[in-house]
Design a protein around this ligand. Sequence first.
Ligand SMILES: Cc1cc2nc3c(=O)[nH]c(=O)nc-3n(C[C@H](O)[C@H](O)[C@H](O)COP(=O)(O)OP(=O)(O)OC[C@H]3O[C@@H](n4cnc5c(N)ncnc54)[C@H](O)[C@@H]3O)c2cc1C
Length: 540
Amino acid sequence: MSNRVAHYLQEHLLGEVVYSSDARSYFSTDGSILRLVPSLIVYPRNENDIRKTARFAWQLAERGRIIPLTARGAGTNQTGSAIGNGIIIAFTAHMNRILELNTKNKSLAIEPGINYGKLQQVLHTHGFFLPPYPPDLDYVTIGGAIASNVVGEKSFRYGSTKSFTKELRVVLANGEVIKTKKLSKRELSKKLGLATFEGEIYRSIDTLIEENRQIIDTMQRSTTINSAGYNLYDVKQKDGSFDLTPLIVGSEGTLGIISEAQLDIEFYDPESLIIKAEFDSLEKLQQALNAINESKNLPVSIELVDKQALEQIYEINPNHLKGLINDPLPSFVVIIEYEGAKKLSKSIVRILDNFTRSFETTTDIQEQINFRKIRESVNMITAHNDALLHSLPLFDGAVPIDRAREYLEGIYRIVNDNNLKTAIWGHIGDGNLTMQPKLNLGQVGDRQKIFRLFNEYYQLILSLNGTVSALNGDGRLRTPYLESMYGQEAYRLFAKVKQIFDPYNILNPGVKFNTSIEDLKGIIRQEFSLNHLYDHLPRS
Ligand SMILES: Cc1cc2nc3c(=O)[nH]c(=O)nc-3n(C[C@H](O)[C@H](O)[C@H](O)COP(=O)(O)OP(=O)(O)OC[C@H]3O[C@@H](n4cnc5c(N)ncnc54)[C@H](O)[C@@H]3O)c2cc1C
């Protein structure tokens, strides 16, 4: 189909339409272990190009022909949500501008394809920053971050991307454009009266919420971060105010395509106090986390690297962390940051004295770089491969923080039972851990092992009241497990939301719905690589 559709679209769009085999191959992978070859790529120059592409797909769908549309930022998503077998709408080429920076209101308007790292640099020069930045910010786009509800190290204090996303312009499946923002009861009534697709969406979502409040209440998790499913919980408040924005944040391009976003920003304080704490016991680690969490003065981030990760870093380069970790290697190193602090409070010193094997603190910039390097050095693991053996991005759920110990014990059980070589790190302040086992996707045995591991891992996560999708996206790899996390009734509501926004299933189909484990087996890559990123590696 590529040629005729591409020629037709090129005639109507300002941006380029490309269907060369090189381009299709490049866009067939993202940061995940999956592969799907698109039929063509559209590089929109403006919102109108997105509208026309969506309108075209909608009109074809009305005649029974579905061409999927997958929005794409930098393609770093690790769960297979930035790939698709239809049209890829690639944002980084043109729609990458800052539209407005309002330092008085602490707000920012941007196009979705802007690079997160570059935007952050601009904000820093004005004394601001966007707090929920992910460690790989130099690669990712803000559009991708919003659509995945990204969390980063400072989400412990500031929350996830949803807390900073105030307004969105969204191209709907039929090509109409809506602006989402918090609406008063009166503004909502106006929307409910519209005779457009927008009006239909407001009416249907409002009714769905009113009729299913009890089920929606069960969707709240006790984890501090969660990107699984759709965030119906935050759409309608008790005072009658209504906002579709939280529904679009984290929707992975399955409900609409973001063409513009307005975000809140924060003052940036480059002065920090950083603690490097070494632990030898899981029990003491949990006690320290509980005590820090209950303390008056919360840090901005609490990050963990385990011993197996340290061993792998030493194996790859024995000199990389030279002098930074004491001998023998501790079971865990935890890096804790207090923004704007000059010295530690007595209560935190007491906690560290009681529970760590040793700890050091610093406010010196050079030493901070060294402390941070410990956490950032896990990028050596993610980027390193030994022929086809690669550390695979498979597991990164989160649990309530008071269950971190059980989470780690469970992970080590899975690692031992399955004889895995793995490394563990994560935003432990949010109960999040990333586990990347070394496997060879070229071997049938290892590919089969992945699905056995998924079963064991998700059973563990769910038994601890955790979330299957805390970061790295809520894409195809998570889809088969969503229903068991939320239960049948809640999942049925998610499917209704999708049906309301996208009745023909054009927008990123296969993400959040209709991907079984068998489907995944059919699209798993034979090799894994993060070569999109090798020019400049991410921090973790
Ligand atoms: C080494 C590494 C570390 C990572 N660490 C973290 C981490 O700590 N926390 C975390 O949350 N994530 C993490 N990630 C995952 C990833 O970086 C984030 O999900 C990232 O924000 C995705 O941005 P992107 O521009 O690459 O989006 P893509 O991967 O291109 O897309 C992500 C999703 O957004 C959708 N999308 C993109 N643009 C739009 C748009 N304009 N409108 C609608 N939908 C759109 C896509 O369809 C897709 O579903 C990590 C990834 C890597 C490779």
